[in-house]
Design a protein around this ligand. Structure first.
Ligand code: UDP
Length: 316
C-alpha cells in the first residue's frame, strides 16, 4: 500500500538522490524536482522507469505547482559547496529564501508536512564547540560564505514563522559535513578534491596548515536520521552529523593511505576567507528524540566512497 506522496527538491543532487532512493524503497510515491544547475540526472536515472517516481525539471525559486495530494515536502535544493555558492551567489540566496517561501506556500495549500535542509553553516565559525542547537552562531553576513549561511538562516526563520503563524507542520535538519557516493568530483569540497587528487597521483591541496577540523557523516546515516526526523513530532532544528572529528591534514593522510597511489602527496594552499576553524555536531538531541546515531565510522564510509570514485576516475 502506498505510504504517501513526497516532493523532494534537489532530487538530482547528492543527498536529494539518496532520499529519493530511500523513499521509493520505503513504499512512497516520489516526485523529484531539480533545475540541474548543480544536480546530475545520472544520480536518479535508475528511478525513471518506476511508476513510483516522477521528475520535474524546475527551479523552485519560481512558483511551484505540483498536481494532486502531497503528504510530505523535503526541501534539499541549493548549491551546497563553497565554490558553488561563490560561483552562484544570487541563485544560492534565491533558493534558500524565495524557494523556501514557495515550498512553504505549497505545503500550506496541500496541508503537507515540510522538512527543510539547513546546515551547520548557520553556526558560522563557531565559538562554541561542539555545536548544540541552542548556539546562535558566529556568521559574517557579508563574507563570501554569507550568501549560503544567511539564506539558510533566513530559511529557518521563515519556516518557524510559517509554523507559528500558519500552524504548518515543519521540521528543520541542520546537516553537518556529509559524504558518500554521488558527490560531484569537481564540486570543490574537501573529500571529492582529495579523492580525485589522490587517485590521479597529484598534490592534495590542504588549505591553510590543515589544523581546521571537520566531522564527516556517511550519507546512509544522514538519510536514516532525516527519515526519523520527518516522522517525529519535533518542530525545532535538529543537528545530524557524525561527531568523529578530524583535522583536514589527518583527513588528507587517511585518503592518501586508503588510495595507495605512491605519487600522491600533500601541498599547502591559502586558507579561504571565513573558513570555520572547527566543526563538530553535538548530537545529544538527535540521540534523545530520534534514537539516532551514526553507524558508519569514517574508515568504513571512506572505503565505500572510494569504491564509487574509483569507477569515475581510474587509478593513474
Ligand atoms: N579544504 C582543503 N582542501 C580542498 C578543499 C577544502 O583543505 O581542496 C578544506 C577547507 O578549507 C575546509 C575543509 O577542507 O577547512 C572542508 O571544506 P569543504 O569545502 O569540504 O566544506 P566546508 O566544511 O568548509 O563547508
Amino acid at each position: 500500500m502506498l505510504k504517501g506522496r513526497i516532493l523532494v527538491t534537489g532530487a538530482a543532487g547528492f543527498i536529494g538522490s539518496h532520499l529519493c532512493d530511500r523513499f521509493v524503497n520505503d513504499g512512497y510515491h516520489v516526485i523529484g524536482m531539480d533545475n540541474l544547475i548543480t544536480g546530475n540526472l545520472g544520480n536518479i536515472e535508475h528511478l525513471f522507469h518506476l511508476k513510483e517516481f516522477e521528475f520535474y525539471h524546475h527551479d523552485v525559486s519560481k512558483f511551484v505547482h505540483v498536481p494532486g495530494d502531497l503528504n510530505y515536502i523535503l526541501h534539499f535544493a541549493s548549491p551546497a559547496s563553497p565554490i558553488d555558492y561563490l560561483k552562484m551567489p544570487i541563485q544560492t540566496l534565491k533558493v534558500g529564501s524565495l524557494g523556501t517561501h514557495n515550498l512553504l506556500g505549497l505545503a500550506k495549500q496541500k496541508k503537507s508536512r515540510i522538512l527543510i535542509a539547513s546546515t551547520s553553516e548557520v553556526y558560522g565559525d563557531p565559538l562554541v564547540h561542539p555545536q548544540t542547537e541552542e548556539y546562535w552562531g558566529n556568521v559574517n553576513p557579508i563574507g563570501p560564505r554569507g550568501v549560503y549561511d544567511e539564506a539558510k538562516r533566513f530559511q529557518e526563520a521563515i519556516t518557524m514563522a510559517y509554523h507559528r503563524y500558519h500552524g504548518l507542520e515543519t521540521r528543520i535538519v541542520r546537516i553537518f559535513n556529509t559524504y558518500g557516493p554521488r558527490m560531484r568530483m569537481e564540486d570543490g569540497r574537501v573529500l571529492p578534491a582529495f579523492f580525485s587528487q589522490a587517485i590521479r597521483g597529484e598534490e592534495l591541496t590542504v588549505f591553510g596548515d590543515g589544523s581546521q577540523t571537520r566531522s564527516f557523516c556517511y550519507v546512509n546515516d544522514l538519510v536514516d536520521g532525516i527519515v526519523r526526523l520527518l516522522l517525529s513530532d519535533y518542530e525545532k532544528p535538529v543537528n545530524l552529523g557524525n561527531p568523529q572529528e578530524v583535522t583536514v591534514l589527518e583527513f588528507a593522510n587517511e585518503i592518501i593511505q586508503l588510495v595507495g597511489n605512491p605519487k600522491a602527496r600533500i601541498a599547502y594552499r591559502e586558507l579561504p576567507e571565513d573558513d570555520p576553524k572547527q566543526r563538530k555536531p553535538d548530537i545529544s538531541l538527535a540521540r534523545k528524540i530520534l534514537h539516532w546515531e551514526p553507524k558508519f565510522d569514517r574508515s568504513k564510509g571512506l572505503e565505500l566512497t572510494f569504491e564509487y570514485f574509483k569507477k569515475i576516475v581510474p587509478l593513474q
